[in-house]
Ligand binder design. Structure first.
Ligand code: PLP
Length: 424
C-alpha cells in the first residue's frame, strides 16, 4: 500500500481526505500505520521521529507503558457507563491538586468543548455578552472564538469562517497579543465584557511567549474590573509544568481549560474554576453543559495514569525536556546564523518554533510576516529525512519524554539539510 493510493481513496469519502484541516499538506500526507515512543511508521514502512506528538498531547511519548496498562485494565471492565464513577472524582482531585486556582472541575471531551463551556460560564456568571480574545490565539473551532484565530485557520487564511454567525462573532472583541495598552483601551471602551480568554503561552501562531508583564497586567486589570479571566491551557496544561502556565508564571486564572497533555493521547478535556463560577453548571446551576462521553472510564483512566506519572517524574521530566530544548534550539540557532539565514527561534519548556524573519515574533502580525514558504520548504526536507513536525508555520515543535539524545542529534542533522534547502 502507498500513501498516494490511500490519499486518492480517502479524498473520495473524506472532505480533502483529512479529518482535521492542518493534517493536509502538499502533495498528500503520509498515512500512519503505527506509533511507538518517539516514532511513527507510515504504510510504506518509513519511520519518522515525531515532533508533532499529537499537537502536544503526547508529552510522555506514544504508547507510554503506564498509560497503556491503565487503559487495558479499564478495557476489561467496560468502556462507557454514563453513570458516575469513583475514578472521575479521583481524576478531579488530581487536577485540583496540580492547579490551585481550581476548586471544581467538569470533564468534557475536547479542547473546543472546554473553551465553549468556559465562555458560557463567564457569560452566565457576569450576565454580560462580550468576550475578549487575542489575535492568533486558537481556542477551538466554534463561532465565538474562531475570529482571527491561529492554528489551521491562520494556516488556511480563514479569519472568520463562512457559516459562522456575525451575530456571534461581533460579540468577540479581538485584541493584539502582548499589547496591554490595546487591552486596557478595549476594557475602557466596553462595559459589556463577560470574560477574557487567552493562551498564557501562544502556541498556535508558531510559538509566541508572553512579554514580561503581559499576563500579570491582564490579571490585574481583569480583577479590577471584575471580569473572569480564562486561561486556555489546552496546550500548556501539564506541558510547561505539572500545574500548567499558571504554575510557571505564578498567576491564578478564574477559569481554566485543559486537554492535550491531560491524558497523553486519549479523548478528554476539562474546564475548572473558582467555586462560585463553576457551580453555575447544570443541573445545580443554570449554565447548561452536557455530553454523553464526558468522563468516560477509558479516557479517565488514561488521564489519572498520565497525571500520576507526571507528578512522580516531576523535575526529572521537566528539567530533562528543558535541557534538551535548550541544547537543540541553541544548536539550531548557531546553524541558521552560520548560514546567514534571517531567523527567530522562540522556545520554552518542551516547545519551540523557528520563523524566517529578522524581526522578533511577538504577535499575530509578526508571525504572519515570517516567510512561510521557506518554512514549507524546510518542512518538506525534514519529512524526506524522516522528521515529522506539524506541517505549518503556525504550529509548534513538541518534544516528548520518549525522545533520546540520539533522536535529537539525527534531527539536528536533518535541520541542517533543511536549512540549506531554505537558503538555496
Ligand atoms: C488544540 C487547542 C484547542 C482545541 O482543542 P480540540 O481538542 O482540538 O478541540 C483549544 N485551545 C488551544 C490553546 C488549543 O491548542
Amino acid at each position: 500500500m502507498t500513501n498516494s493510493k490511500l490519499f486518492s481513496d480517502s479524498k473520495k469519502v473524506i472532505p480533502s481526505g483529512v479529518n482535521s484541516p492542518v493534517r493536509y499538506f502538499e502533495p498528500y500526507p503520509f498515512f500512519t500505520k503505527k506509533s511507538n515512543g518517539a516514532y511513527l511508521w507510515d504504510v510504506e514502512n518509513k519511520k519518522y521521529i515525531d515532533f508533532c506528538n499529537g499537537y502536544g498531547a503526547l508529552l510522555l511519548g506514544h504508547r507510554r507503558k503506564e498509560i497503556i496498562n491503565a487503559v487495558s485494565n479499564q478495557l476489561s471492565k467496560g468502556t462507557l457507563y454514563c453513570t458516575p464513577t469513583e475514578a472521575e472524582t479521583e481524576l478531579s482531585k488530581l487536577i485540583i491538586g496540580n492547579f490551585p486556582s481550581i476548586d471544581k472541575v467538569r470533564l468534557v471531551n475536547t479542547g473546543g468543548e472546554a473553551t465553549m463551556t468556559a465562555i458560557r460560564l463567564a457569560r452566565g456568571f457576569t450576565k454580560k455578552k462580550k468576550i475578549i480574545k487575542f489575535e492568533g490565539c486558537y481556542h477551538g473551532a466554534h463561532d465565538s472564538v474562531l475570529v482571527k484565530a491561529g492554528s489551521g485557520s491562520a494556516h488556511n487564511g480563514i479569519s472568520v469562517s463562512e457559516g459562522g454567525l456575525d451575530e456571534v462573532s461581533k460579540n468577540t472583541l479581538v485584541v493584539q497579543y502582548n499589547n496591554i495598552e490595546d487591552f486596557q483601551k478595549t476594557i475602557n471602551q466596553n462595559k459589556d465584557i463577560a470574560g477574557v480568554i487567552v493562551e498564557p503561552i501562544l502556541a498556535n501562531m508558531g510559538l509566541i511567549l508572553p512579554e514580561k508583564n503581559f499576563l500579570y497586567d491582564l490579571r490585574k486589570i481583569t480583577k479590577e474590573n471584575n471580569i473572569p479571566l480564562i486561561f486556555d491551557e489546552v496546550v500548556t496544561g501539564f506541558r510547561v509544568s505539572p500545574g500548567g502556565a499558571q504554575e510557571h508564571f505564578g498567576i491564578k486564572s478564574d477559569i481554566t481549560t485543559m486537554a492535550k497533555a491531560l491524558s497523553n493521547g486519549f479523548t478528554i478535556a476539562a474546564v475548572g474554576g473558582r467555586k462560585e463560577i463553576i457551580d453555575l453548571l447544570s443541573p445545580g446551576g443554570k449554565v447548561y453543559q452536557a455530553s454523553t462521553f464526558a468522563g468516560n472510564p477509558i479516557s479517565v483512566s488514561a488521564a489519572i495514569s498520565s497525571i500520576k506519572t507526571i507528578n512522580k517524574l516531576k523535575n526529572k521530566l521537566y528539567s530533562k525536556l528543558e535541557r534538551f530544548n535548550l541544547l537543540f534550539t541553541t544548536a539550531l540557532d548557531d546553524m541558521a546564523t552560520d548560514m546567514h539565514i534571517a531567523h527567530q527561534i522562540n522556545f520554552t519548556a518542551s516547545m519551540f518554533q523557528i520563523f524566517f524573519t529578522n524581526k522578533p515574533v511577538i504577535n499575530y502580525e509578526t508571525s504572519k510576516k515570517a516567510d512561510s514558504k521557506k518554512f514549507q520548504k524546510m518542512f518538506r526536507t525534514l519529512l524526506k529525512k524522516g522528521i515529522f513536525i506539524a506541517p505549518s508555520q503556525f504550529e509548534v515543535v513538541f518534544l516528548s519524554d520518549a525522545h533520546t539524545e540520539n533522536d535529537l542529534n539525527k534531527t539536528l542533522d536533518a535541520y541542517d539539510a533543511a536549512l540549506k534547502s531554505v537558503k538555496n
